[in-house]
Design a protein around this ligand. Structure first.
Ligand code: SAM
Length: 225
């Protein structure tokens, strides 16, 4: 019986790949990736040439029979998402659940490493003994309820947000939780890494002053202290 390794990859800085991640990708029979181009760049940075096949959110369930067949044949299958830890606001969870159910004797192992969630918390300077991670807020249905819940949450709430929606989010937080302390961790591990702290509207103003709101964002909201 083969092995499925769920491998975390860098969130920007290619130097953040762990030795174990590298070793697993080197040893793997095949690597499945959310985007083959992203992982090919990482592999070539480390001088590895491997077969990379696509497995994204749209194909995750469809590819299960192919992967279980490989595991039954004794192969070592690696799965990587575009960046960070698979399964954290990324594909991977449905694959793991299906393999665990259909091939209970297969080994599924975590190769831990970077995640924007833990990287942001590590430099936010707040007590992270307890926090609520909500990933990306829903765009429409359930958004207002989520914003109200955030405003009443007694511990920090961590969100992921894209550059074209960050100002909208801050404006909404300005309405639902105007006095909250918001920390934005932007472009983590990259050249323009930056942490901004303030109330939602202060931060929206700061970002608006920048020529373009670029990058990837982790937003941490402390509503009730
Ligand atoms: N699985 C990934 C992880 O473990 O962090 C998250 C994938 S999710 C599709 C992508 C989101 O993570 C981005 O929209 C952004 O909110 C956050 N993110 C990823 N890389 C980041 C970085 N370098 N700096 C800040 N946020 C980042």
């Amino acid at each position: 019986m083969g092995k499925l390794s769920i491998v975390a990859t860098p969130i920007g800085n290619l130097g953040d790949l762990t030795f174990r991640a590298l070793w697993n990708m080197k040893e793997a029979t095949v690597i499945y990736a959310e985007d083959t181009r992203v992982i090919s760049k990482l592999l070539s940075h480390y001088g590895l040439r491997k077969t990379v096949l696509r497995l994204d959110a749209a194909t995750e369930t469809k590819k299960v029979p192919e992967i279980t067949a490989r595991l039954e044949a004794g192969e070592h299958v690696v799965y990587v998402s575009d960046a960070g830890t698979p399964g954290v606001s990324d594909p991977g969870a449905r694959l793991v659940a299906a393999v665990r159910e259909q091939l209970p004797e297969a080994t599924i192992e975590a190769i831990p490493g970077p995640s924007a969630l833990t990287a942001a918390l590590s430099i936010a300077g707040l007590s992270s003994d307890q926090f609520l991670f909500l990933g990306f807020l829903p765009h429409k249905k359930g958004r207002q309820t989520a914003l109200k819940d955030i405003a009443h949450c007694t511990f920090p709430v961590v969100l992921y947000e894209s550059p074209h929606r960050i100002l909208k989010l801050l404006t909404e937080l300005g309405k639902f939780a105007p006095k909250s302390r918001v920390t934005i961790a932007r472009e983590l591990t990259k050249i323009h890494e930056e942490v901004l702290v303030g109330d939602p509207l202060e931060l929206a103003e700061k970002l608006e002053k920048k020529k373009a709101v670029r990058g990837e964002f982790v937003v941490i909201i402390e509503s009730q202290k």
